[in-house]
Design a protein around this ligand. Structure first.
Ligand code: PEP
Ligand code: MN
Length: 355
């Protein structure tokens, strides 16, 4: 482990820190004359990184070495591939999820599921439990919405990603979802992260809109620490000072995360843009920065949508976006998971991914 210390610490002042390192089982040596870079050898317990970060003489842990956390990429480690139905994220695999912000009614959900499948997308997104800023906004259909998702899944064979808000609902959501979403507002609900980690399903973890990249990764760490390695990180924009876009899509974070973690990283251009006309360019930017996939809001009548209508693209636009994605990922030798062309759209038979 490599630790950077505060400037100007005299020898006796360093004694408590050095004693702590010894107590934790490390042998310590300074790498520089100024005694600011401290190399620690031995041990390798994950709890030590934050223990040292919390020490008043430590500015930062530059390299966690053998004490690296579960999300961290390490020399020679393969990227984690997370599979959701026929789709795969990470390790050169790219996939798209699309659908309405909320489950609204059965007929619309079925229509949109068939529509996104026609575009080559095999994962339907739609919230039954909606985390709304105002308690007076539409809160989602709840359990009734979950039942609609289950029915559409059975009818079409499409995979489902949907959000859970409450640790008490995790089991119920896990019965329907192929992939469980933790939204931006829940990303620091640590009991929820632990509970969802134990659900035995892949997790879609969105970045908190005010979270640093480090905080985002530590949220993922709560899930990973339960033994669930199937975590997909989602950059969905962070809050900025300018209301031109709803959030600021942090493509720098996407590029950084692709090398800092072995976990797949996807982009949600819809909540970043907040405007349908910017969804396609932000999706392209995300993929160009290395994102392993996209999650996109789609609606067939945005003006009547119960939530987020202003950022919903049409099915035609989803088709164009999917073709963009195929072109972009092929540039660096990656593969886009696609729903196979289906001659009988209403059957739920097994599907071959197009390579
Ligand atoms: C959503 O996916 O509809 C949603 C509420 O997303 P976020 O948590 O990123 O705001
Ligand atoms: Mn939404």
């Amino acid at each position: 482990m490599l630790v950077r210390l505060r400037q100007g610490l005299a020898s006796p002042e360093l004694d408590p820190l050095l004693a702590l390192c010894e107590e934790l089982g490390y042998s310590a040596r300074f790498l520089d004359e100024g005694r600011r870079l401290l190399e620690l050898s031995g041990c390798g317990d994950r709890t030590h990184r934050t223990r040292l970060e919390d020490h008043p003489d430590v500015v930062e842990v530059v390299d966690a070495g053998d004490s690296h956390e579960l999300h961290a990429q390490a020399d020679g480690r393969q990227d984690t591939v997370v599979r959701v139905g026929d789709a795969a994220f990470g390790g050169g695999h790219v996939a798209i999820a699309a659908g309405p912000c909320s489950v609204e009614d059965y007929d619309r959900l079925l229509r949109l599921a068939l529509g996104v499948q026609e575009c080559g997308v095999s994962i339907l997104r739609a919230g039954a439990f909606k985390p709304r800023t105002s308690p007076y906004s539409f809160q989602g259909l709840g359990v009734v919405g979950l039942e609609m998702l289950a029915a559409v899944r059975a009818e079409t064979g499409i995979s489902i990603v949907t959000e859970v808000l409450d640790p008490r609902e995790v089991e119920r959501v896990a019965e329907v979802a192929d992939w469980i979403q933790i939204g931006t507002r829940s990303s620091t609900n640590f009991p929820l992260l632990t509970e969802v980690g134990r659900a035995g399903k892949p997790i879609l973890l969105k970045r908190g809109f005010g979270a640093t990249v480090r905080e985002f990764l530590l949220s993922a760490e709560y899930v990973l620490d339960t033994g669930n390695e199937e975590v997909v990180l989602c950059e969905r924009g962070v809050r900025g000072f300018d209301s031109t876009t709803r959030n600021v899509l942090d493509v720098g974070a996407v590029a950084h995360l692709r090398t800092a973690t072995h976990l797949p990283v996807i982009v949600d251009p819809s909540h970043a843009a907040g405007r349908a006309d910017l969804v396609r360019p932000l999706a392209r930017a995300g993929l160009a920065a290395g994102a392993d996939g996209l999650i996109v809001e789609v609606h067939d009548d945005p003006s009547s949508a119960k939530s987020d209508g202003e950022q919903a693209i049409s099915l035609e636009e989803l088709g164009a976006l999917t073709r963009d994605a195929q072109d972009l990922v092929s540039l660096d030798g990656r593969v886009l998971s696609m729903e196979s062309d289906r001659s009988a759209p209403h059957t739920s038979s097994a599907k071959e991914p197009i390579q």
